[in-house]
Ligand binder design. Sequence first.
Ligand code: MET
Length: 527
Amino acid sequence: MLDSSVPTFSVTTPLYYVNDVPHLGSAYTTVVADTLARFKRLQGYDVLMITGTDEHGQKIQRTAEAQELDPQTHCDRTVVKFKELWRSLNILYDRFSRTTDPRHLAIVKDFFQRVWDKGDIYLAQQQGWYCVACEEFKEKRDLLEDNHCPLHPNRKAEWRDEENYFFRLSRYQHPLEELYAQRPEFIQPSSRRNEVLNFVAQGLQDFSISRVNLDWGFPLPNDPNHTIYVWFDALLGYVTALLDEDEEPNLTNALVKWWPINLHLIGKDILRFHAVYWPAMLMSAELAIPAQVFGHGFLTKDGQKMGKSLGNTVDPLDLINRYGEDAFRYYFLKEIEFGKDGDFNEQRFVNVLNADLANDLGNLLNRTLGMVKKYCQGQGPQVMATDLAPDNPLKALGSHLGEEVSSAYERLSFTDACEAIFTLVRAGNKYIDDMAPWKLFKQGSQKEVEDVLYSVLESIRLSAYLLSPIVPRLSTKIYQQLGFTWDFDQWRSPLEQAEEFNRHQSWGQLGANQNLPPAQPIFTKLE
Ligand code: MET
């Protein structure tokens, strides 16, 4: 039964190609999706986070051949690497969609039939330059010298002259323009939206959705001499993901609860597929259009484009093994304005984590708990939030922090969320320095000492709560240090979450006489 009083939220990462082990960019998108999904769960939404893998097509077939593996074996092995990485990054996905899942074939067939019945598929000659790495035909004018693809400068586009089935994209030029006009938020950020508007304004051409001379993929339902084009198949993986485990795989069942998707998170290189081809395909099949496609930027390393041929790739698993998953998650969310290109620099990585998590937050908690032990007989400060003087500066900041941070998460502005939270954390440090509880204690001002310590601990609690979508394990440790039995990886029902969110995002949840365990470092300084 669906409970209509519980709002739902669905978010997808791309379904990643399995031609290689997951790279840094994929880890970045997936962390963002997980963070948002966690934030929405925290707020009391019924959430579905989808990730998965795109396993068909020439690129995968060739990768498997190069390793003398049959494609399925290759895919199965690579999928394990993705799942391992997501586990190491503490990603709580709800569905892992694989395009080689037999249920996916049923969905693709159903969908194909709808588009076929609409008269949007026809056979014609395809001539053009194909980049296998992009799995996309390129215009000659978009290629570099010697027909190299600008996104894969070490790969040449290949000439193709073959009969393919085409999808009548041109028919959807006007409906797409209407969609973009009526729903400006459909493509974000606005720079990406403009890119798409310009592209569409040049006039849309039909695109081929079948291949000959390719075995690795689904056969076209009405002409098995053709294999379905990998992108036509892959986008539908988002739909297959919506099926419950034991459900009869058909389009109708898949669409009941979660369609349309709220948010497709993607990298800017696959914007056209998601913001042009995909909505047109959905219009043809008469399905609702997802609420938003957000195309984020590229990551560089030390200011340089990253790539295998350049020999400067960063292995996400290696970073996580050396620094921990919360360090990874925090750096990329706090440092990179989501939507813009961003840089990874290891020294900067270490500096940011040490400054924010080890010093500002970790040390603050540690020294405050130390003082509680000394000045409050090992118990939490004997003071309730309501007792604090109305001009307590931390209370003033903390009282509207929940709202501010929520709105930043809504805008996908993780940098703003972190900035707001750390404004409170830094104010906590300053407040301790200014108030010098050790002096107050010597003067015998017990109530003042406890006021200061309480308001600092409460600031830390609130910060940890609001940071939990980004650094769940760290937040759990902080909550436990504050005497809560708590785990930010355990979820209650949406209604309970909503009720809890209302309390915990507000100032003053830390009880008086909180039973505090012995202080332990929560984030060790990185070398
Ligand atoms: N496989 C594509 C990529 O990794 C994404 C497909 S999303 C349906 O870029």
